[in-house]
Design a protein around this ligand. Structure first.
Ligand code: HEC
Length: 128
């Protein structure tokens, strides 16, 4: 009786020690989660976040009222909200295969910029 009690205590100590080690190893292996902001905590503005990317990524150069490649105009909110709402805008920059890869002839946008588009669309394609 006494022996089995001691065995039980020792097992519990061993178990907590082992699980502690396992936890440490897991952190070492996978590290902290990547810092991609979640849409709940990321308030996106069309004017301050989205429009500057459309300009700097060259989108507006090919998609404007003088030349709307693919019939897509991204020069202002009233036009950009159309492909934003029908899904083409996000598909084109995520390159998920449902739309042509954009920016055409350029590098895929960095993940943090794509996340801004996701959240802008997620939050209702606001003109803010
Ligand atoms: C060098 C010119 C050029 C640039 C830069 C460019 N596009 Fe395009 N885009 C096109 C052309 C041409 C088409 C139509 C032909 C096609 O679908 O490939 C198009 C099509 C699209 C479409 C419709 C896709 C479809 O499959 O119907 C979307 C949405 C789009 N572009 C968004 C963007 C966004 C967002 C950017 C910036 C990140 C961008 N484009 C940058 C030339 C460009």
């Amino acid at each position: 009786m006494k022996t089995s009690f001691i065995t039980l205590i020792l097992s519990l100590v061993a178990l907590s020690y082992l699980s502690g080690c396992y936890y440490d190893n897991e952190e070492d292996l996978y590290g902290p989660p990547p810092p991609v902001p979640v849409c709940d905590t990321l308030q996106v503005s069309f004017a301050n976040d989205i429009m500057p990317i459309l300009n700097s990524a060259g989108c507006v150069g090919c998609h404007n009222s003088a030349g709307a490649s693919g019939n897509v105009n991204l020069a202002d909110y009233d036009n950009a909200m159309i492909p934003a709402k029908n899904g083409d805008l996000l598909s084109s920059i995520e390159r998920d295969g449902n739309a042509s890869f954009m920016p055409q002839g350029g590098q895929k946008l960095p993940e943090n910029q794509i996340q801004l588009f996701r959240c802008w669309i997620d939050q209702g394609v606001l003109d803010n």
